[in-house]
Design a protein around this ligand. Sequence first.
Ligand SMILES: *[C@@H]1O[C@H](CO)[C@@H](O)[C@H](O)[C@H]1NC(C)=O
Ligand SMILES: *[C@@H]1O[C@H](CO)[C@@H](O)[C@H](O)[C@H]1NC(C)=O
Ligand SMILES: *[C@@H]1O[C@H](CO)[C@@H](O)[C@H](O)[C@H]1NC(C)=O
Ligand SMILES: *[C@@H]1O[C@H](CO)[C@@H](O)[C@H](O)[C@H]1NC(C)=O
Ligand SMILES: *[C@@H]1O[C@H](CO)[C@@H](O)[C@H](O)[C@H]1NC(C)=O
Ligand SMILES: *[C@@H]1O[C@H](CO)[C@@H](O)[C@H](O)[C@H]1NC(C)=O
Ligand SMILES: *[C@@H]1O[C@H](CO)[C@@H](O)[C@H](O)[C@H]1NC(C)=O
Ligand SMILES: *[C@@H]1O[C@H](CO)[C@@H](O)[C@H](O)[C@H]1NC(C)=O
Length: 789
Amino acid sequence: MTTIILLLLSLTFIAPFSSSTFSKGSSLVSERPTYVLTSPDNVFSAGFYSVGENAFCFAIWFSNSSTIVWVANRDQPVNGKRSKLSLLKNGNLILTDAGKFTVWATNTFSLSSVVQLSLYNTGNLVLHNRESVILWQSFDLPTNTLLPQQLLTRNTKLISSRSQTNHSSGFYELFFDNNNLLSLLFNGPEVSSIYWPEPWLVSWEAGRSTYNNSRIAVLNSLGNFSSSDDFSFLSNDYGAVLHRRLTLDYDGNIRLYSWEKERQTWVVSWQAIQKPCRINGVCGANSLCKYVVGSGRKCSCLPGYKIKNGSDWSYGCEPEFDLPHNKHESVFLLLSNVEFYGYDVGYFTNYTLDDCANSCLQLHNCKAVQYAFEKGDCFLKSLLLNGYHSPDFQKDIYLRLPKNYSFSYNSSLEEFSLDCSRDGTIQLERTYVKSRVNGIVKFMLWFACGVGGLEVICIFVVWCLLIKTRKSSGADNQGYALAATGFRKFTYAELKKATRGFTEEIGIGAWSVVYKGVLSDNRVAAIKRLNEANQGEDVFLGEVSIIGRLNHMNLIDMWGYCVEGKHRLLVYEYMEHGSLAKNLSSNVLDWRKMFEIALGTAKGLAYLHEECLEWVLHCDVKPQNILLDSNYHPKVADFGLSKLQNRGDLNNSSFSRMRGTRGYMAPEWVFNLPITSKVDVYSYGIVVLEMVTGKSTIMGVHTIVAGVEAEHTRLVTWVREAKNREATTTTTTSWIEDIIDPTKEGIWDMGKVKILVEVALQCVEEDKDARPTMSQVVKMLVHCENGST
Ligand SMILES: *[C@@H]1O[C@H](CO)[C@@H](O)[C@H](O)[C@H]1NC(C)=O
Ligand SMILES: *[C@@H]1O[C@H](CO)[C@@H](O)[C@H](O)[C@H]1NC(C)=O
Ligand SMILES: *[C@@H]1O[C@H](CO)[C@@H](O)[C@H](O)[C@H]1NC(C)=O
Ligand SMILES: *[C@@H]1O[C@H](CO)[C@@H](O)[C@H](O)[C@H]1NC(C)=O
Ligand SMILES: *[C@@H]1O[C@H](CO)[C@@H](O)[C@H](O)[C@H]1NC(C)=O
Ligand SMILES: *[C@@H]1O[C@H](CO)[C@@H](O)[C@H](O)[C@H]1NC(C)=O
Ligand SMILES: *[C@@H]1O[C@H](CO)[C@@H](O)[C@H](O)[C@H]1NC(C)=O
Ligand SMILES: *[C@@H]1O[C@H](CO)[C@@H](O)[C@H](O)[C@H]1NC(C)=O
């Protein structure tokens, strides 16, 4: 039968083959990967895609970016020689490897004389007959990507790739579970678990409904995703007509990507999970995941455990010891702010730590206990999976180790830090341009210190267990709470001493007073004392942990915090030259410094908006919040108002009240429109206009509603009018000289100032979509800086 294959072979073609259809009897061959099917609008291509040395898959990809959206034989690549995709006379589409094995087939059958394979503009590869009856389509068999209009149904699921470069099936799946919920599953080599929606929430708490069993989800081309279980989201660029794809990435997160035509790149416009360590199976068993802003997720083995497979963290870590049978030979090592979700073999409440530890010792397979002092909740863990370290966790783990193990702990400590240094080879990490190697070194150092500290605590805990003291247990998790993170907890007494009783006030805001202080290690610090009981301890710690992890040369560095009773304090590096506001009013900045401040501020904000996985909006950009160090390098300060923001969830209730300072607030706040990072862009534009013109926006009367309008328009319209005047009158003197601060001495490159003003004017467009992003601002300014000097 195969003898009647009609080959449409290479010999007949000289130019690259490019067509959107392909008829019975034709084939594509792997020797000529440039011979592809393309959709009529050229957006998609289908053909042989190289996935390794002499390894090809038949795939569909976006022509411009080569981003794969579908693969026929992802788990069985074919040879580069004599492999081909053929449409047989009987209507079957088959992929053969090296002229021998059929590795993939559609198993279609048609006697119709015309059967065609067409790649549509939607990215759907369709096998149809003359009457356009669909025999087979790639949309019915998605791999890791859902395209607009493509249905996810009860019969289909997305399966992630194994890694960024390996397109074989990975461990993560998106599918409708038996309760009709759209879920994410980690289907690992040893265990499997659902991690989205959060498994500890019941469906309606997660905003889902189990009642509709149609099990259908679809993304439309404008960026609206909706699923029959009531889950839905809008992309953060909803409404824009552009190319999109919803991909289950190899790291277990689903992301919606939008194609940015100008930059020819994909940008994330929504993602399901904001805390990447919450994704199960990230680091494998017996290890801890920690999220480091700027470099992504990090895995490390627990003390006493070593990595199983150095080239792949998903295999996790294995113990270097055997758990002793005799219970007197075990000890417990405290790991603070750590959680291992699931795999409990026992749960008790109203237990003391002793009771809890003893119950664990009764079981041979109990590897650790999770203990919470408030209610005496005690969980016995049989497997240590989904380990997650985060300073905002109020949970502690007591890890069971053999008693004689702690004596040989010295060597294990070393190995532990060596494992940290493997970070470079972690495959599951997202690839980011590493902002600072320093961060890793710092992390290692602190972690090593943390482990050292824990060792001391371990001895203390053992002592507690032996002596059976019940009372002291509540206090023993202080002091080292955040030892493993880059910043620390201070006591109120320490800070009181540092500031000599809060005497030297250096700033005052609506919610706080800032004092200058000298820490015990002689570092000069700015200590910000928040008004009492602003927020609960949990909220405060949550926000502190976010701020503490942000690390950029144009963001103020936070060294620590204090939370004691009603006291809430933050400890920052001290900035010699104070705020930009102060410097503007005293008129000490020259044009060069101004430009550098504008650029540095933009870089800091761009980092906040775009480089962190957990998107942060500032929401209160103003000269008071831009601080200058001894070299007048700017650092953006005061993230007090910033909050984690899920870009998809624009109607987030935490943003329903207005934030920010009048005069710098974008119109979105006033008109109750969705809040995006563009609000900071607006405020930034106003700040730049103020710097350049030497005029302040907040000079007029503050009437509540009309006032907002008036303030916005005053400065902006004045500058805009000056610019437009020139366009109409064609005078030779530049409009820029009409608007710049006349008191400013010295001549500098006015061309740059002009560009700065033009960028600022784009930033203050009423329509948020007309404003550039912060990183575009950086690009424009850098370009101009390099361009004309
Ligand atoms: C991709 O991953 C699979 C599964 O782990 C493995 O069998 C295969 O060899 C990998 N392919 C490449 C090209 O690394
Ligand atoms: C998104 O799609 C769903 C279902 O089709 C619809 O109910 C909803 O109104 C849409 N949202 C918007 C903003 O268009
Ligand atoms: C179930 O979901 C589908 C798709 O979202 C929708 O068309 C249908 O009306 C829903 N059925 C009920 C009973 O709500
Ligand atoms: C793809 O690239 C071509 C040529 O570089 C360009 O003309 C076209 O606009 C690009 N398409 C998209 C969707 O970016
Ligand atoms: C480690 O993982 C890689 C990639 O999955 C695999 O090829 C290799 O065989 C593994 N090594 C061991 C010792 O398990
Ligand atoms: C907890 O245990 C203590 C003593 O064992 C007992 O007095 C107390 O009532 C218990 N509390 C609860 C909520 O069961
Ligand atoms: C610890 O004790 C166990 C059992 O008593 C023994 O097998 C093991 O070798 C000891 N380990 C060390 C490091 O001494
Ligand atoms: C710890 O190990 C190092 C290097 O192996 C050794 O020099 C040091 O003396 C050890 N410390 C203790 C307390 O055993």
